[in-house]
Design a protein around this ligand. Structure first.
Ligand code: NI
Length: 227
């Protein structure tokens, strides 16, 4: 299930993000790479504990919490604090799968299971060449390169890569979600059902049917959720 979430950040917010990121202390992205990622990762990141990463990360989280499509698609139980990366001059992140479990920074040893991965695009697509996020699923590889301020959600279990950036600078934020519903197939069913219920609500056509389907939604969620 690959879901695009439009307009997580607006134009003013993006201008602020770019200004902060321009002056930020970028380091080699290998600092957070797992063993299998390290061999193929060539990019730069903000240190997780840098003031810029913390302030912008909190801004991203607040924007996502207000976004009904994010809540519906990810069903978040815990969110890893957003991080920031930068690719230029041919930098790339070869095919890999994200680590299944991560230590939450400052979490006193608390862990997060990565069910959903997210990339929030911060640079306009026409400002750089390459840099597509390629996500593989059973239907093949999907290239994702979204307008600045838009976000893509995909299962953390997917093989994925970032194509080399051959012109300009690709700026993005990325994060992981531990979902209330770990199984991607169950999460996808709930998302489809919720989307249909919202459409039905917008028509106002059959309130009794909408209520019944809402009951089905919550009873499935009750069955599958592991808070
Ligand atoms: Ni990854």
């Amino acid at each position: 299930m690959i879901v695009q979430i439009p307009d997580v950040l607006g134009a003013d917010e993006l201008a602020h993000f770019r200004q902060v990121l321009q002056a930020a202390p970028w380091v080699d992205g290998l600092v957070t790479a797992g063993h299998q990622g390290a061999a193929v990762k060539r990019n730069r990141q903000l240190p997780e504990d840098s003031p810029a990463a913390r302030a912008l990360g909190e801004h991203v989280l607040a924007a996502l919490e207000r976004h009904p499509l994010f809540i519906s698609a990810a069903l978040p139980a815990r969110v890893y604090p957003p991080m920031f990366n930068r690719y230029e001059g041919g930098e790339t992140f070869g095919t890999h799968v994200d680590n299944a479990v991560r230590l939450l920074p400052g979490g006193g040893g608390a862990q997060i299971r990565t069910d959903v991965s997210a990339t929030l695009f911060l640079a306009e697509p026409e400002s750089y060449d390459g840099g597509e996020l390629l996500i593989e699923d059973t239907f093949g590889a999907h290239a994702v390169k979204l307008p600045a301020g838009h976000l893509v959600l995909y299962p953390s279990s997917s093989l994925h890569r970032v194509e080399p950036v051959t012109r300009g600078v690709r700026l993005a934020s990325f994060l992981w979600v531990q979902s209330l519903v770990a199984e991607v197939t169950e999460r996808a069913l709930l998302f489809d059902l919720d989307t249909s219920i919202q459409r039905l609500a917008a028509t106002g056509a059959d309130e009794a049917a909408r209520l019944q389907l809402t009951g089905v939604y919550h009873n499935l969620l009750r069955r599958w959720a592991r808070p």
